[in-house]
Design a protein around this ligand. Structure first.
Ligand code: 8DG
Ligand code: MG
Length: 314
């Protein structure tokens, strides 16, 4: 089968809107919306190809870009590597230089556009932030204060962990958090059932993930409009997460941590190899801080997840 390496871009404007373009009706995957880009040519670097394609298709010059998600997809007629970068700075006015319709859309509007089958994880990656805060075990007042501080510092995805609380107290805290902060951040909650509050997403432990994948075919336990994520520790669990249809995964432990001294860390190289074979946005967890974001992106991750590394940061 034909194998092609495609560079594509999630381009953002100052209001964080994303540029999408419509593929010509007679092209492969024609009539569907896409993230602008095209094939890597022999001798080009990935960034050079991205710059050339965006200049040809949109008339813009890329100033700043970084890897967002890199995945492979088999269409019936070709095998594609979609190497998607986030473009945060460019010069020029983006327009359909090849006559194609283009549109700036909000993250919220993105899922309502029809994209090729390969794009589902890209749409998730474009909507998700690069930092994922997991709350530490501490008193409820401290949790609330810490969340407020984190949101003010730009964190928009938070898992309420609180292993110290029993179910009733956990649910009461979740309710309070959603009431106060539900409009300002996305909250991922834990538990045996999907969270009752439909604003919240559901984060599965690796044990839950394995149990849900035991009886084939695995069926996604939450409607598409709510976030579903899972904790993974190896390549097999990442594959299960893909098959279950989760929106994103957390892969751990990357580095040694004080909270899990017994676990053997994956290290950057092994994590990178696992992410090469994965079709999900993945946060790396374990001993990381905001300073590790560039390394995480270069390893093919969506970003970092952290408890201490993102809690009470200046
Ligand atoms: N650019 C882009 N291509 C995508 C996306 N999703 C997806 O499945 N594809 C597929 C469709 C095509 O088979 C391939 C991209 O090829 P292309 O037609 O854009 O390549 P190109 O710009 O170099 O065009 P051409 O000169 O070969 O006509 O990747 C996407 O979001 N953006
Ligand atoms: Mg193209």
């Amino acid at each position: 089968m034909r194998r092609i390496h495609v560079m594509a871009a999630v381009i953002r404007d100052a209001e964080r809107r994303i540029l999408i373009a419509k593929r010509p009706d007679d092209a492969h995957q024609g009539g569907l919306w896409e993230f602008p880009g095209g094939k890597l040519e022999p001798g080009e670097s990935r960034l050079e190809a991205l710059q050339r394609e965006l200049h040809e298709e949109l008339g813009i010059t890329v100033q700043q870009a970084r890897p967002l998600i890199d995945l492979q997809h088999n269409y019936p007629d070709k095998h594609i590597r979609l190497d998607v970068w986030e473009v945060s700075e460019f010069t020029g006015t983006a327009h359909g230089a090849e006559g194609q319709p283009v549109r700036w859309v909000t993250e919220h509007q993105l899922p309502s556009y029809a994209f090729p089958a390969a794009n589902q994880p890209i749409v998730a990656a474009a909507r998700l932030p690069q930092r994922y805060l997991i709350t530490p075990d501490c008193a409820a007042t401290e949790v609330l204060q810490g969340i407020e501080h984190a949101i003010d510092a730009g964190i928009s995805l938070i898992q309420l962990r609180q292993t110290q609380l029993d179910i009733q107290d956990y649910e009461a805290l979740c309710e309070q958090v959603l009431q106060r902060y539900g409009a300002r951040a996305t909250f991922m909650l834990k538990g045996d059932q999907p969270p009752a509050d439909r604003r919240a997403g559901w984060h599965l432990t690796s044990r839950q993930l394995r149990a849900m994948c035991e009886q084939p075919p695995p069926t996604r336990p939450l409607p598409a409009e709510r976030w579903l994520s899972a904790s993974c520790h190896d390549a097999e669990e990442l594959q299960m997460a893909e098959r279950l249809g989760v929106d994103f995964a957390v892969l751990s432990p990357l580095l040694p941590t004080a909270s899990h001294p017994e676990a053997s860390p994956l290290g950057w190289e092994q994590a990178h190899a696992m992410l090469n074979n994965c079709r999900l946005p993945v946060y790396l967890l374990g001993g990381l801080t905001g300073d590790d974001l560039a390394a995480a992106h270069n390893a093919g991750a969506q970003g970092i997840a952290a408890i201490r590394g993102l809690w009470n940061q200046p």
